[in-house]
Design a protein around this ligand. Sequence first.
Ligand code: FRU
Length: 479
Amino acid sequence: MENFFQKVRDEVKRMGKTVEDCPFRTRYHIMPPVGWLNDPNGLCQFRGVFHAYFQYSPLNVHGGGGYWGHCTSSDLLHWDYHEPVLTWDIPEDRNGVYSGSALIEDNRMYLFYTGNIKLPGDYDYIDKGRISTQLLVESEDGQHMSAKVKLLGMEDYPNGITQHVRDPKVWKEGNRYYMVLGARKRAWDASGARRDKGCVLIYVSEDKRLWKFFRELAPEKDFGYMWECPDMFCLEGRQVLSFCPQGLPSEAERFQNLYQSGYSLPVPGKDPEETFREWDMGFDFYAPQTFLSQDGRRILIGWAGMPDTECTQKNLSVENGWQHCLTIPGELSFKDGKIRRMPVRELFALPWRDAETERKCYHWEGQTVKLSCDRICSEELRIRLGSQENGMTVRVKDDMVELSFLDEAGKAALCGGGRGRRLGRTRKAAENLLILIDSSIAEIFVNDGEIVFTTRFYLNPQERDLEIHGQWKWELQVV
Ligand code: FRU
């Protein structure tokens, strides 16, 4: 496999300058050094340093992941990139080192992930042709990994589960370790037609190596055919199950993306659907993972992207040899029974300075922009990024927040790469808004993080104009 690492080094050398000069590179978001990135993996703080791994395809900008890239940071905003840490080098992961998580214990890092095999042939890759294995590696430094150890294979999953079983998230509770896996369960509707169900499987272990099946959490009612990237954690004393259901039909104000990601607060006897809330209302958000920082914060990072949308939702950075980034790390808290997500406090500690605005207009290029708005009247607030012909508009009226790339005739702006319009609603009226713009990503936090919109957009530096309409109080800062 030395060959793979050498190829990555050569690719970084070949494409490094083009990638670096790309106007869409961000400053505070995790990006692939070259090529493609998807899910965050193995998030943790280890010996004081934050480690983020990510699904990576350095040699193919359309690659769809399958390797683990690695970066580290002391503040969750400035990231140093290292060589990939996991590649396809044993039979069990020969078609991809898929997503997984980290557990830190006794000054050692344990990484759990799924090894994927797709057998060559004419298979459906649901019931036949796929092998999903859960594996473990250990590390002293986060960069060099021990040999891979198989923990669970097809023989260990309950009857009735298809071959889709992946994305282990592991945590410790008391003296035991728990692993939650996303899965697809065989099911049929009343007419006898096949209609699979997404679910999670939970395993338990005394030593992180020997795992026993503990339970399955499957909904009674249909809630998607597959659940990916599950996470289970405790937030302010409440149990939270986060997961990514695939196959939910779109509604006008819910489930507007191809695949969803959200959380429920499990209650015995209730389906997860009943308490399900989406993590994000923007175009680009999927596969989030959380971890606990050493100072006790529950921090969430998502992929600012969406699988299987490359032909409808283009990322204009592709021509410069890279695509996708992760979200700004968010701190989670509870309010009114809902989880709020705001950027980590480290973001607010950056040396922000007031922007010199002309009336309510501002032009920015390389800076990162933070716009805070507070409602002081019932008038609509409208913020335009870019121009009338090529821009994105954020509209806030009462409890409605809309993000749109469409002009009055319904034509989509170039800078959205095919993205149209997304809607979100707050419980009461929207009182405040924080918009963070880091080159090609906008993250909009409404009502102190009650709803969030994450969206990529691609304006060239000379097109980066911002205009505020409406009598709200606002403050614009840059760094
Ligand atoms: C989610 C996902 C995971 C899988 C990984 C592969 O985006 O499909 O379920 O482990 O991506 O890159």
